[in-house]
Design a protein around this ligand. Structure first.
Ligand code: UDP
Ligand code: MG
Length: 318
């Protein structure tokens, strides 16, 4: 192992995932630096280059020479927004860690407010909550609202639809997240699920300062699927529910069909038995699939291995 650049732990780490952000990078540095310089002398900016193929790596290299607090972590291949943040969290050393998008949609000035709130209220997490999302498209806003209410219902998470990945976390929170064995973790659900003491700071979501969105529809869909399957066994249970509903319908229908078959001239011979058998077997199959799902779900939960608790303090430990 090479020696760490500094043995002292910074007061604040700012983790920024970046994927092909050459247009926005200079603007970001210009706006972020005064904010951080005004806060403390001991901070680090952890730029996670998520396998960019444009000038981002070169610009970051240049930036890190002009701005000594900048640390560059490059992923070998594009791993996605959430994975890039996870990589940053695993390597950030600060007492507090802020995660923020590179595109200046999250105003860096709010970091000062977050840090203040965390220290004043002695909380572990400060969520950035968007007070105004008029800069997001109507499609994005509506789908986000629907999706969050769906996921809140099926998984019992407390995640707010207006909180994204702009948040401040204490060292204890970051370590808790790093200790979680899940892959493909979606932090905006994982962090509230920890349930650590938290506060919120509201801010206005701005337009992307330059460049284009790195979140095409397909990536958004993957994120949604990861969120649902990471927190809920509801999809697995769907087959059980459908099987049960199908079974009840089949039962009612078979009575109706048998009665109908007794009335001459209403049905072709053999039709009733065929329909009843097809519907009945279908319902039983779905139900059995659901049963299998229950066991798969148990294995999945076990495999996720999420700790049942996190120790806050122990007066007897040295
Ligand atoms: N990002 C990333 N890897 C990806 C996609 C995005 O690191 O595969 C970063 C991107 O550089 C930005 C942040 O994640 O800092 C949010 O992406 P973007 O602003 O494009 O998403 P949107 O705001 O449009 O949802
Ligand atoms: Mg953005």
């Amino acid at each position: 192992m090479t020696a760490e650049p500094s043995t002292e732990r910074p007061e604040l780490s700012v983790v920024i995932p970046m994927f092909n952000e050459q247009e926005v990078l200079p603007l970001l540095a210009e706006r972020l630096r005064p904010v951080l310089d005004g806060l403390t002398d001991h901070y680090e900016v952890v730029c996670v280059d998520d396998g960019s193929s444009d000038l981002t790596p070169a610009l970051l290299h240049k930036l890190s020479r002009e701005w000594t607090q900048v640390r560059v972590i490059r992923l070998r291949a594009n791993a996605g927004h959430q994975a890039a943040i996870s990589a940053g969290l695993a390597r950030a050393r600060g007492d507090y860690v802020v995660t923020i998008d590179a595109d200046l949609q999250d105003p860096p000035e709010v970091i000062a407010e977050m840090l203040q709130a965390a220290r004043r209220d002695e909380v572990d997490v400060v969520y950035g909550v968007r007070s105004d999302r008029s800069t997001d498209s109507v499609f994005k806003r509506t789908t986000a609202r629907m999706f969050y209410s769906f996921i809140r219902r099926i998984s019992g998470t407390t995640a707010q639809s207006d909180a994204g990945d702009f948040r401040l976390m204490s060292r204890a929170t970051v370590e808790a997240i790093n200790s979680l064995p899940d892959t493909n973790r979606v932090l905006r659900f994982v962090v509230p699920a920890l349930g650590f003491p938290s506060a919120t700071v509201t801010y206005r979501r701005e337009e992307r300062a330059a460049g284009t969105s790195k979140y095409p529809f397909l990536k958004m869909l993957t994120l949604s699927i990861d969120s649902v399957t990471g927190f809920s066994l509801f999809p697995l249970r769907l087959a059980t529910y459908l099987g049960l509903i199908g079974g009840v319908l089949m039962f009612v229908a078979s009575i109706v069909l048998v009665v109908a078959s007794r009335t001459p001239g209403t049905t072709i011979p053999g039709w009733t038995s065929t329909v009843v058998i097809v519907a009945g077997v279908g319902a039983v199959q779905l139900f059995c699939l659901g049963l299998l799902g229950e066991y798969v779900g148990r294995m999945y939960t076990h495999l996720q291995g999420r700790p049942a608790y996190f120790i806050a303090s122990d007066s007897g430990a040295d």
